[in-house]
Design a protein around this ligand. Structure first.
Ligand code: MN
Length: 265
């Protein structure tokens, strides 16, 4: 029996401990090709390099061959799909060091962005992210993250074979999975919360007297019970099926009505 083929990518960079935890879990039952950004690309979303040539280096990480792409997560995904040989049965993105929750964050996340592009190319995709209790851990070098990944590997080993054998449930194009930092109480299928951050911009002054800016944000929003953020914080693995369709279907009629009233339609 041929083993399933998985293309593994991420946005934290090809050396990330989270990516290699997923590799270890999945290489037991699948042939895994690692093709990921050469360096940290978090928050690159689904951006794509169409003005620049891309380089891809074959490197060895942890004794395994991997492909390091000098580009965005979606660049790595597309080179993995179109420049590295047979089409995979599944794309896995992650495991991201830091949770990816809410409608606000999933479109800025490079982890989810790469999974969205995989779905756009017709390949089922699962994005995995690990909650970080200390927010500062999300901004350290992902190579040196000294976390215990045994629970993470268990989650990846339980979910990935299921999506390999059954594909996406009807109506979903990809799946967003978040893993709690502490003990896992179980699994829950949840909706995305609307948002989580109180966005702000900090203005500072550099040593030459010129202003510079940091976009930042405190987590402020209590999404209420049953949303991904709340359920993850309660200790459950959250599973959210996503669709690429951004159309506000319920609003199409109202939009026509509005345009008719204005004499435009
Ligand atoms: Mn990341």
């Amino acid at each position: 029996m041929t083993r399933p083929r998985i293309l593994l990518t991420n946005d934290d960079g090809v050396n990330s401990a989270g990516l290699w935890a997923a590799y270890e879990a999945m290489s037991v039952f699948a042939d895994v090709t690692v093709c990921a950004p050469a360096v940290q690309q978090s928050a690159a979303g689904r951006s794509i390099s169409i003005f620049d040539a891309l380089r891809m280096d074959e490197i060895i990480v942890n004794g395994h061959t991997a492909y390091a792409v000098g580009g965005r997560p979606v660049d790595a995904l597309l080179l993995g799909l179109f420049a590295l040989g047979p089409k995979p049965d599944l794309v896995v993105s992650g495991v991201n060091l830091g949770e990816n929750l809410t409608s606000e964050s999933i479109t800025t996340s490079g982890t989810v962005g790469a999974a969205m592009e995989a779905a756009n190319q017709g390949v089922p995709a699962v994005a995995f992210s690990l909650q970080m209790n200390n927010d500062g851990d999300k901004f350290t070098d992902p190579r040196t993250h000294a976390g215990d990944f045994s629970a993470v590997k268990k989650v990846v080993s339980s979910l990935v074979p299921l999506y390999l054998s059954e594909g996406m449930p009807e109506g979903a194009d990809l799946v967003n999975v978040n893993i709690p930092a502490g003990d896992i109480k179980g699994y829950r299928v949840v909706k995305l919360a609307p948002r989580l951050f109180e966005t702000s911009v900090e203005k500072r002054t550099d040593p030459r007297g010129k202003p510079y800016y940091w976009i930042c944000g405190e987590q402020y929003f209590n999404p209420g019970e049953g949303y991904d953020a709340d359920v993850l914080h309660a200790g459950y693995v959250t599973i959210t099926p996503l669709t690429l369709d951004n159309t506000a279907h319920a609003s199409c009629g109202r939009t026509e009505e509005m345009l008719r009233r204005a004499g435009i339609l």
